[in-house]
Write a protein that binds this ligand. Sequence first.
Ligand code: 8X3
Length: 261
Amino acid sequence: MKTAVITGASSGIGEACARLLAGGGWKVFLVARRRERLENIASEINGHAIVVDVTKAQEIDVGPVTRCDLLVNCAGGALGLDAVGQANADDWTNMFNTNVLGTLRMIQLLLPRLVESQGCIMNITSTAALAGYEGGGGYCAAKSAQRALTQSLRLEMKGVPVRITEVLPGMVNTPEFALNRLRGDAERARAVYENVDRPLAANDIAQVVVGVANLPAHVNVDEIVVRPVAQRAQHALFRGDLRWRDKQSSLHSSIVKGEYQ
Ligand code: 8X3
């Protein structure tokens, strides 16, 4: 049975990946800090919870993971929208710790098993790794660093049959991303996605992750940028009705509605 380890698995993209992989017959280890949430999800999908904070190296125990075919590094996120001139260094430390060092630690811990199984590492970065934007200094810097780490690792693993993929999502409407970034301000978090006709959902990214993971072992997708149709580039976001032909079309689809209620 193929085995996957997913960080950030208690919500958003990580949770969606865990659910989709488990549904596809994978054995899944779910890694995250929030015990109750994590254990509930794990028991729903017949997975295994590893309750741990990826920013605390000494606490991470991957002992139960005796085999690893796929590591998906989803733990991360953004804090604040401060301009660089006014940025809070603690927020930056936090973002680097989760997005960059958390990824580094998990790779270091599981690399021997990934090599042994000739597996796959998938780092979920962001389109924020491709270009800076106003107020994004810390997050863009952290995601750029995570991207750079991924690129270096891929080169260092020359001659080793381990696949290394970077997935760069654009606008994904998850219940927590904007809310965390905006420090719990639900109104502002809702406004991020306002009038965007079908932002991506966590499950869209999970489908990409699982699709890439299931490719033949010699096929390495180096990087994959995934945006909603409404977002042609970081600053080219269309707000308005895209007039989809199918029935689910609506600015008020269930994905958007109720996320912050
Ligand atoms: C999230 C994408 O545009 O908020 O990773 O930076 S963005």
